[in-house]
Design a protein around this ligand. Structure first.
Ligand SMILES: [Fe+2]
Ligand SMILES: [Fe+2]
Length: 340
């Protein structure tokens, strides 16, 4: 069945006087109707300013997280224990670059440029996921990141495939397919280590101990201290609350931890039959806010590396711009030749 088109008002609205006010109301009503009918908002549609700003912030932060997220694992590409492991890790890190690019493109449809977003990141003004500010001292970290960090990303991102903003939701579909490969490769690294020597098992457990709590923090603060969540849910950008997603994630981890033979580092973790949810220890929120504020163990290294990569890439941007200019010049002169 083809859904009825609810867009009676199209294009940008230029408010002027009482008539314009009426048009604004009409545009808002069309927007509300599209959201209520589970239809997508597209770049051509009118949207409230706050919706646009929320999306720019969320999508650009998401893109920055993918790009900065290449560093903790990129750190192990030259030291992967075999050619096969190296090829898999390289593919995974390249996927993350691709995720960053789809997301920057999605954010650009909302009226921000790639240059502006990059500048915000390298100036340290933009946020990215706090998880990438932790170090990766051992090979087992590649397993724990894939299993826990990409696993948490899947829980967060699968509902985003239905986000009300079209370009974001569509980008998420492919991202999620790749994330599930990432999660499995991490699980498989840990499984291999857990079937190895006592030292390898210890290394795997140690990595899980270090990544478990930061991965739970990836869902954001508890619902009662997450003031923007309700609005994002009303706009159908977000479909589940932070705590709901965290619960889902733990439900996914518990049986997998059993197969791996690792212990999740929370002595209070148990299923609460009355509350129908996982009971867990209090998350260290002061640590979360410290890392988010730029005072995590690796924040300054991540940003320094990003800035250096940006500077080193200046010649590529210049060459691409010059090539585009020449192409345009050529097609113009061809066109002029055809006219003459
Ligand atoms: Fe990703
Ligand atoms: Fe990933």
């Amino acid at each position: 069945m083809i859904a009825p088109d609810l867009r009676s008002v199209g294009g940008p609205v230029e408010p002027q006087g009482p008539v314009a006010l009426e048009r604004d109301d009409e545009a808002q009503a069309t927007f509300d109707a599209l959201i209520a009918a589970e239809q997508r908002i597209e770049p051509r549609d009118w949207m409230p300013d706050a919706y646009r700003k929320t999306l720019i912030r969320q999508i650009s932060q998401h893109a920055h997280s993918e790009i900065i997220g290449m560093q903790p694992e990129g750190n192990w590409i030259t030291r992967a224990p075999s050619l096969k492991r190296k090829a898999i890790l390289m593919a995974k890190v390249q996927d993350e670059a691709g995720h960053g690019l789809y997301l920057y493109s999605a954010a650009q449809t909302l009226g921000i440029t790639r240059d502006e977003m990059t500048q915000q990141l390298i100036d340290g003004k933009a946020k990215y996921s706090s998880i990438f500010n932790y170090p990766t001292p051992t090979w087992a970290d590649m397993g724990a990141i894939g299993w826990l960090v990409d696993g948490a990303a899947i829980c967060n991102q699968v509902p985003l495939c239905r986000a009300s903003y079209g370009p974001y939701g569509r980008a998420m579909v492919r991202v999620c397919k790749e994330e599930s490969f990432h999660q499995r490769q991490g699980f498989e690294i840990l499984l291999t280590l857990m079937q190895g020597t006592p030292a390898q098992r210890q290394m795997a457990q140690d990595a899980v101990n270090r990544w478990y709590w930061p991965s739970l923090m990836m869902f954001g603060p508890p619902d009662d201290s997450s003031p923007n969540s309700a609005q994002s849910m009303a706009w159908k950008i977000k479909r589940f609350s932070n705590d709901e997603l965290r619960q889902r994630f733990v439900s996914m981890l518990v049986p997998q931890a059993e197969i791996l033979g690792v212990t999740l580092p929370d002595p209070e973790l148990r299923w609460d039959d009355d509350a129908q949810e996982w009971h867990m220890s209090e998350i260290d929120w002061p640590e979360f806010f410290e890392v988010l504020a730029g005072r995590g163990p690796m924040n300054s290294v991540r940003l320094q590396n990003r800035r250096a990569a940006h500077d080193d890439g200046a010649w590529v941007r210049e060459a691409a711009a010059e090539y585009a200019r020449k192409q345009e010049e050529r097609s113009l002169s061809l066109l002029n030749g055809a006219v003459a």
